[in-house]
Design a protein around this ligand. Structure first.
Ligand SMILES: Nc1ncnc2c1ncn2[C@@H]1O[C@H](COP(=O)(O)OP(=O)(O)OP(=O)(O)O)[C@@H](O)[C@H]1O
Length: 257
């Protein structure tokens, strides 16, 4: 069974069909890039999957469970993890406090054992240990005591990926993760995604305009055009297909060449 699947997923804004009957499934151990020209429906498709928008028609299932009626936070708890350009960060807390809170959120069950000083202490130790591991993974251990509000933009975006990792989702969703980053910052985020990709239990969805990034990271590409799924397959094959060349004319012609 596919981990994540959308069936006939559709949304209309007035008379405009932004996502049109998209049926697609996503497997663990695969990074799928979602590409298409501006306004093709990529972000809207993400919003429908993560629950920011409710579909006019169609379903979203995760592990066979129908999440179509679930709120965004219920979907997060079910295992859909989406990086939200900085809106998930607590700017007045430190880096370590942010990560620890995210770890704590996932281990909520462990904290309902009643007041037992030993368990409070050992939980605290375990949380800090896990937060430390995550900070090592994103190469931010040296910044753990800094206030998030004082971090440069690139570090804030890195921290956002760290928080996502702390939630241990089954599905990672990235919408243009390097947008607005400078040349030094972007490779750090791409490295993190590469690292996540090496964990074959993870399903990764990536909306990305930059074709060099797509070429390097994607195991599979799906193409949306006017809200419709128009191509799906191996990266080389999809990039070379006439439909992609046509869809990208004037948008990424030189990047696909
Ligand atoms: N809340 C909304 N209300 C009305 N129209 C919307 C809304 N959200 C998206 N749209 C429209 O749906 C279409 C798809 O938009 P979407 O942002 O999903 O495209 P995209 O492929 O992500 O584009 P880009 O690459 O520019 O980010 C566009 O025509 C957009 O104007």
């Amino acid at each position: 069974m596919s981990l994540l699947a959308t069936k006939d997923l559709t949304i209309r804004f007035g008379g405009h069909v932004a996502v049109n009957a998209v049926t697609c499934s996503f497997e663990p151990g695969t990074l799928t890039a979602i590409v298409g020209p501006n306004g093709a429906g990529k972000t809207t498709y993400f919003n429908l999957i993560s629950g920011q928008l409710r579909a006019s028609e169609g379903t979203v299932t995760l592990d066979g469970r129908d999440l179509s009626g679930a709120s965004a936070s219920q979907r997060t708890r079910a295992g859909l993890g989406r990086a939200f350009q900085l809106t998930n960060l607590f700017p007045r807390l430190t880096v370590l406090e942010n990560v620890r809170l995210a770890v704590q959120a996932t281990r909520d069950g462990d904290h309902k054992r009643g007041l037992n000083l030993w368990s409070v202490w050992s939980d605290h130790k375990a949380l800090t240990q896990r937060a430390d591991e995550i900070l090592e993974a994103v190469a931010m251990k040296d910044k753990e005591n800094e206030y998030v509000a004082n971090l440069p933009h690139g570090d804030q975006r890195k921290l956002e990926v760290a928080l996502l990792m702390a939630l241990e989702p089954k599905v990672f969703m990235f919408d243009e993760p390097t947008a607005g980053m400078n040349a030094a910052e972007a490779p750090v985020i791409l490295n993190l995604i590469r690292k996540l990709k090496s964990d074959k239990s993870k399903t990764i969805l990536l909306v990305e305009h930059k074709m060099d990034v797509v070429r390097e990271l994607a195991d599979r590409i799906i193409v949306l055009h006017n809200g419709t799924l128009v191509a799906d397959g191996e990266p080389a094959e999809v990039i070379a297909s006439p439909i992609v060349q046509e869809a990208y004319l004037g948008v990424a012609k030189e990047a696909t060449a």
